[in-house]
Ligand binder design. Structure first.
Ligand SMILES: Nc1ncnc2c1ncn2[C@@H]1O[C@H](COP(=O)(O)OP(=O)(O)OP(=O)(O)O)[C@@H](O)[C@H]1O
Length: 576
């Protein structure tokens, strides 16, 4: 099994079109290519492009004869798949000839007449789209057998075998009746709630009997990896540089740097308390310069290098203290102002004459201060005069004193400016030698947060946790406990650090308290479903076994796990 772009791309100023693995093997700068994706919103919209990619896959696998590149007559077709589709074709026949692959090594080739094609697709693919795909596979690629399956169901088949390898621990499943229900369901119904978060969508597919989907309970959330990458692209473009045409670079930055925080609001408060560039989660994504480097990499910002979490906490504490201090001072000043205004009011009341004088002088426009505005002598002319005199004296005194210090400051300032200019020049020289970097701060967790709060970008729906609860509530009540007990995460987005932990904590809050929530994350969630059908997964198995598998692939619905590659080890999966 191998992974490649499910796309074609044309290099600039060239007519040649590269498909699948050719893109990455022949080109280094992916940004300059004109891309064509056959799939949009999870559906194949461009049959010609999809045909080219599949033809390339078969060529790499050595399946002959090569199909003719026949243009499909218009129409929109579709099926499941994604940005980086994993495509595998099971070989059945014995080799018919030897050929040389693109790497120059001889390899056996197989007749397409004796090959079977296995396609994993998302739920609810319209039949017209399936017919289009059949046309490509049977007529253009001359496949002997084609089998389609829901990706989530395949994952559930493999998960069912994993469940058999671990002892069932129902000790914390609430009531005795609930424990028995979960035990029965695990044994007989093999329930599993598959959460498949991929490129275009996130699907919640509850399955029972070891891999059969409960169609009425399937839910879809229109948020996937593509939305996140586009948002990050916009955010980076708004704050730093124009990256609108650099989907692949931003996607790589997302995959390397994004994470899901356990408590978003707390993380934001922490971010506000620290200056940008010195937050503990701040990172810089070094952009490839396409001379020395062709892929991006991550580095710590300079102020953060060697900084420990304790120091960060200390900074935050200081900041909060400063805030409190400022608030306190503000309150004291307000109090003092109130007091003095009260005082003046009292004085006005006490001395009618004085107030009249003051008013009349004010009305006359006489700006001279009154000799006395209060009996208690708060502010008097003498006071003002003396204070003015003092100020004048002080001013002249300090003028004399300052003349020296000013000269000194001027000299110092000149030196400082010179030093700063030198430093700036040196920094610029250093920077020009270095690569450009994207500063990634709160974006690291604010962007993936959309998976849990789609309303932040104006989508009128709940997050993944709400969708799961809704989906499980649509199942038969006797299955619900087991569904919460077996939540399986698959798809590329499940790789985002913190995804599983956050989902578990949100599910815990939303689910009934007597149900235990258990979330399972495979080693490689993106290819977990494929591992179930991939014959190359157990490459040591004899060819006859592969033939048997391929022969069985013609069956459309899995009736139990024995048709597939169910080899599963508890080490493949972790419980969160
Ligand atoms: N380590 C990672 N961190 C964050 N996102 C990742 C990571 N690895 C993959 N992804 C994202 O997962 C998405 C692809 O997931 P997946 O391969 O499951 O999609 P797909 O099954 O091809 O698509 P679909 O389910 O829409 O048909 C991409 O958006 C990719 O950026």
């Amino acid at each position: 099994m191998s992974s490649m772009y499910n796309a074609t791309a044309r290099p600039p100023h060239q007519l040649a079109v590269l498909a699948g693995d050719e893109i990455t093997t022949r080109m280094k700068n992916l940004g300059q290519l004109s891309w064509n994706y056959p799939i949009e919103r999870g559906m194949i919209c461009d049959g010609e492009t999809q045909l080219r990619v599949w033809a390339r896959v078969l060529e790499v696998m050595g399946v002959v004869p090569m199909p003719m590149m026949v243009m499909l007559a218009g129409g929109r077709m579709g099926n499941g798949g994604g940005f980086l589709s994993t495509i595998s074709a099971a070989r059945r026949a014995k080799p018919v000839a030897d050929a040389v692959n693109h790497a120059g090594t001889p390899r056996a080739t197989y007749s397409s007449n004796n090959s079977a094609f296995f396609l994993l697709e998302p739920p609810f693919v319209p039949s017209v789209i399936s017919e289009g795909v059949d046309f490509i596979l049977f007529r253009e690629l001359e496949m002997a057998r084609v089998s389609r399956m829901l990706g989530a169901c395949m994952a559930a088949v493999k998960y069912a075998s994993f469940r058999r390898t671990i002892p069932d621990n129902n000790t914390s499943c609430g009531t005795e009746a609930n424990k028995n229900a979960v035990s029965w369901i695990n044994d007989k119904a093999n329930c599993c709630c598959v959460v498949d978060s991929g490129y275009s969508f996130t699907h919640i597919v509850p399955t029972y009997r070891g891999g059969e989907a409960l169609v009425n309970a399937i839910r879809r959330l229109n948020v996937g990896g593509k939305v996140l990458t586009n948002l990050l692209k916009e955010s980076v473009t708004y704050r730093q540089w124009n990256m609108m045409d650099e989907f692949h670079i931003v996607n790589d930055a997302k995959e390397q740097l994004c994470f899901i925080s356990e408590d978003f609001d707390k993380e934001m408060a922490r971010a506000r308390a620290t200056r940008k560039g010195s937050r503990l989660f701040d990172r810089e994504y070094l952009l490839p310069d396409f001379v020395h480097s062709f892929i991006g990499s991550v580095r710590l910002p300079e102020p953060l290098q060697g900084k420990t979490e304790l120091e960060e906490m200390e900074l935050i504490k200081q900041y909060i203290d400063r805030l409190d201090d400022r608030k306190q001072r503000q309150e004291l000043a307000d109090e003092a102002r109130d007091l003095s205004s009260m005082q003046v009011e009292e004085d006005w009341a006490d001395s009618d004459k004085t107030s009249k004088d003051y008013r009349s002088s004010f009305e006359r426009g006489d700006n001279k201060p009154l000799s006395r505005i209060s009996k208690r002598g708060k502010i008097t002319r003498t006071d003002i005069e003396s204070s003015t005199k003092c100020e004048e004296d002080d001013g002249s005194g300090t003028d004399n004193d300052d003349s020296d210090s000013d000269e000194e400051t001027q000299q110092q300032r000149l030196q400082r400016l010179k030093k700063m200019r030198d430093e700036e020049r040196r920094r610029r020289e250093k920077e020009s030698l270095e690569r450009q970097a994207l500063a990634m701060s709160v974006e690291r967790f604010a962007i993936p947060e959309i998976l849990f709060r789609p309303s932040d970008i104006g989508l009128d729906c709940g997050g993944i946790a709400e969708a799961i609860v809704e989906s499980i509530n649509a199942c038969d009540p006797s299955l619900r406990a087991a569904m919460y007990h077996n939540v399986l995460l698959v798809g590329g987005n499940a790789k985002i650090p913190g995804f599983g932990e956050r989902l578990k904590s949100e599910l815990r809050k939303l689910s009934p308290t007597n149900y235990e929530v258990r979330v399972y994350l495979p080693d490689d969630p993106a290819s977990y479903a494929w591992k179930c059908v991939s014959p190359s997964n157990n490459s040591n198995s004899p060819p006859e076994e592969k033939e048997g598998l391929a022969a069985k692939l013609s069956s459309r619905i899995p009736s139990g796990g024995r048709l597939f590659n169910e080899e599963s080890h508890s080490a493949d999966m972790i419980e969160l």
